[in-house]
Design a protein around this ligand. Structure first.
Ligand SMILES: O=P(O)(O)OC[C@@H](O)[C@@H](O)c1c[nH]c2ccccc12
Length: 261
């Protein structure tokens, strides 16, 4: 079984348990649930840098990236750096994240927040809203066209933005629908961990103009961004390149300063 199938299998068990511990009504009654959300898509359209900075402690491809940081400091640092939004990994088993990370980040900054999660159930979208997210990620590789329609419409009804992630043409073709705000091209194959910016370049040509294009993973230089901008990319999701340093906020600030020069 490939790693992605394993993650999804574990996720189904996890979500079934979560539902028993915290009923839907409780999520809907939580303080953050009725909050006004902020749009990442709008921020990206109005930016000429478009950096979405991620909080990621570890990953199946790299094991430990950074285990010694305070998630609230990271959030404040990213906000001060002038990023357009922040992505917070909430998967515990493979990425060392949690919904509590998301909650702490929500309490520390006003950035649009992406819940970075393997979403397979509407319940996780309610959790995203209740713990402070503004945006959800949907991964085409683990969803059917019907799932994508159901989950994205459910998210839109909760005033959440939807970032749909693809890795090839077939995934892209089943994902194009009006309830999607942003199309993310993952440069990393989640089954083999191979990374190549060529994926973003190739797929950009068949992404319709109404979607904000986001390039995800393996971005570690200004040059990479300059290379991708002519292909129409307005968003760049960066995790490891910032998280591997002692001060991700400062790294992001230097990166953005260089980019604006
Ligand atoms: O750390 P990187 O290479 O900059 O990548 C960040 C982000 O794109 C990556 O964490 C990611 C993209 N899609 C995902 C789906 C699930 C988990 C993680 C991801």
């Amino acid at each position: 079984m490939n790693i992605l199938d394993k993650i999804v299998k574990d996720k189904r068990v996890e979500v079934a348990l979560r539902k028993k511990v915290i009923p839907i009504k409780q999520l809907e009654n939580s303080v953050l649930f009725d909050r006004k959300t902020v749009s990442l898509a709008k921020n990206l359209r109005n930016s000429n840098t478009g950096i979405i900075a991620e909080h990621k402690r570890r990953s199946p491809s790299k094991s430990i990236i950074n285990n010694s940081l305070n998630v609230q400091d990271v959030a404040k640092g990213y906000e001060n750096a002038g990023v357009c939004g922040m992505s917070v990994l909430t998967d515990a088993k493979y990425f060392g994240g949690s919904l509590d990370d998301l909650l702490l980040v929500r309490a520390s900054c006003n950035l649009p927040l992406l819940r970075k999660e393997f979403i397979i159930d509407n319940y996780q979208i309610l959790e995203a809203k209740a713990y402070g997210a503004d945006v959800i990620l949907l991964i085409a590789a683990i969803l059917t066209k019907e799932d994508i329609k159901e989950f994205s419409e459910f998210a839109k009804n909760l005033q959440l933005d939807v970032l749909l992630e693809v890795h090839n043409e077939e995934e892209l073709n089943k994902s194009i629908m009006p309830s999607i705000d942003m199309l993310g091209v993952n440069n990393r194959n989640l089954k083999t961990f191979e990374v190549s910016l060529d994926i973003s370049k190739a797929l950009s040509k068949i992404i319709p103009d109404e979607f904000v294009k986001v390039s995800e993973s393996g971005i570690s230089s200004i040059e990479a961004i300059k290379e991708l901008q002519p292909y129409g990319y307005q968003g760049f999701l960066i995790g490891e390149n910032f998280m591997k340093t002692d001060n991700p906020g400062e790294s992001a600030r230097n990166f953005i300063n260089d980019l604006e020069r």
